[in-house]
Design a protein around this ligand. Structure first.
Ligand code: NAP
Length: 448
């Protein structure tokens, strides 16, 4: 039996930590990676034409030495995030530049600067080994991993660690990410895994759930209060579907935007009463590549007033160029546009008169600090926020999984099985699962 199969079997049998710690580690493991020598492979193609299935390879890479503040985690399952798509199409720039910069920082940083980049910013699995400086975690601990990679020896990391000068996203701006059989993480990325979920359900949350928590709930984000109305773009997408849950949990009023009747139905099943199908409405916020149409912003604003009788307090913004003009326009006087991305283009444009004359704010937001990620994870563990897993692929098909996300073909999250041999494994707390089964499996049922 290979070393990795022995690890898989031990994890599946929930072997005690000392047994896991005694198992030899393989010198190389499988991972989904892109290659530095291929960063020009899509030269001249549009974003749409760049195909992750061509650039993502599943190959063995040497397991790096463990730093004192790190852990090796046997990855049972991981998930696709949009940053996996960005990495795989080498946009807006090849991620090897991030690895080189990290490589210059320290001897441990040097390990990351390789001609391959093992991607992935989500995972659930079991701790196999910890470095000598790790206190709170040990082999055998079942964990999920959040993607904030931060050096706590930097003073700028000690207020909100997202403000740290060397803040990075694991598996995007670092190597050895979660789309692999074994990953390398800092101990301060570890969180207890939800015991009522399967490995793939447990693995799909941390990045998007924590991001939406910070954007909607945290004082570092919108800190939504009861009764506030929130326009959520992409409301059945990766971050949007968690945002809708946070708005509902916090006593807010979500107005969810989607692009099909199927997604509108899913959104209603989530409990979001006010739904806008942007395709059916036929919004054309941009007349052409250079000019927007304020009449179309107005039409969206009217639609929102029709639905809820007022303007929204908060706009949960991430499509970027295609929607930002409309988002700034429809936020109420004194309202907030909170943004964490620009999927459709980062050179955005809005009419500043609507911003200043109506005292609106645009606030940038990015992932979450450890405390925020921990709180968001606790809500998943307690069954108060639910995974939005809709599809699952084996690690070998990471390219296809990323392609699906790239082309907006899936709702919620796409899971990837690493060491888990099949879906459905890993549930321990059957009682909690049973209580929330309908919500846990909602996106999956909708996709089948
Ligand atoms: P996703 O799963 O692909 O969902 C995005 C949703 O946005 C889609 O479901 C789609 O919904 C909607 N959408 C796409 N293009 C649109 C357009 N032109 N106009 C209006 N709506 C559009 O992606 P995600 O995981 O939610 O991530 C969204 C973005 O946030 C990505 O750019 C990602 O990189 C970024 N992100 C940033 C952070 C951070 O920490 N800064 C964290 C997570 C994600 P409909 O077609 O149904 O409307």
């Amino acid at each position: 039996m290979s070393q990795i199969d022995a690890i898989r079997d031990a994890v599946l049998a929930r072997a005690p930590g000392d047994e896991l710690a005694a198992l030899p580690l393989p010198e190389a493991v499988r991972g989904a990676l892109v290659k530095a020598e291929e960063t020009e492979m899509f030269a001249g193609l549009s974003s749409e034409e760049k195909d992750p299935r061509k650039s993502i390879h599943v190959e063995e890479f040497p397991l790096p030495e463990l730093a004192p503040d790190e852990a090796y985690v046997a990855v049972m399952a991981s998930a696709i995030n949009f940053n996996t798509v960005w990495t795989s199409i080498f946009e807006p720039l090849p991620t090897f530049q991030f690895l080189t910069r990290l490589g210059r920082e320290s001897v441990w940083g040097e390990r990351h600067d390789q001609p391959y980049h093992v991607m992935g910013s989500d995972a659930a699995g079991v701790v196999l080994r910890v470095g000598s400086a790790v206190r709170n975690w040990k082999p055998g601990d079942e964990v999920t991993i959040h993607c904030l990679h931060v050096d706590d020896q930097d003073p700028s990391a000690h207020d909100d660690s997202m403000l740290a000068a060397n803040q990075r996203i694991w598996g995007f701006e670092t190597n050895f990410g979660g789309l692999a059989d074994i990953t390398v993480v800092k101990a301060n990325q570890l969180m207890p895994r939800p015991m009522h979920l399967t490995w793939e359900e447990a693995a799909c949350n941390a990045l998007c759930n924590s991001t939406s928590y910070r954007m909607i709930v945290s004082p570092n984000g919108a800190q939504m209060t009861q009764g506030q109305a929130v326009l959520v773009w992409g409301a059945t997408g990766g971050i949007g579907a968690y945002a809708v849950q946070y708005v509902l949990n916090g006593g807010g009023v979500p107005v969810g935007v989607v692009s099909s009747e199927k997604r509108a139905e899913l959104l209603r099943e989530m409990g979001c009463e006010h739904v806008i199908d942007r395709r059916a409405e036929g919004y054309r916020f941009w007349k052409d590549d250079t000019e927007q149409d304020p009449k179309e912003w107005l039409r969206l604003g009217k639609k929102i007033r029709e639905l809820i009788g007022r303007d929204v307090d908060i706009v949960f913004e991430h499509p970027g160029r295609s929607t930002m003009g409309a988002s700034v326009f429809v936020a109420k006087r004194g309202g907030l546009v909170i943004t964490c991305a620009a999927t459709s283009g980062y050179k955005i444009e809005y009419d500043n008169r609507y911003l200043w004359m109506n005292l609106k704010t645009i606030k940038g937001c990015h992932f979450a600090n450890y405390r925020e990620a921990w709180e968001a994870n606790r809500l998943i563990c307690e069954g108060r926020v639910h995974p939005t897993l809709s599809k699952v692929y084996p690690l070998d098909q990471t390219g296809e999984a990323a392609y699906q996300v790239h082309h907006n073909l899936v709702e919620g999250k796409v899971g990837v099985l690493a060491l888990a041999p099949q879906e459905g494994l890993g549930v321990v707390d059957t009682e909690l699962r049973e209580r929330h089964l309908d919500q846990i499996t909602l996106f999956r049922r909708h996709t089948d």
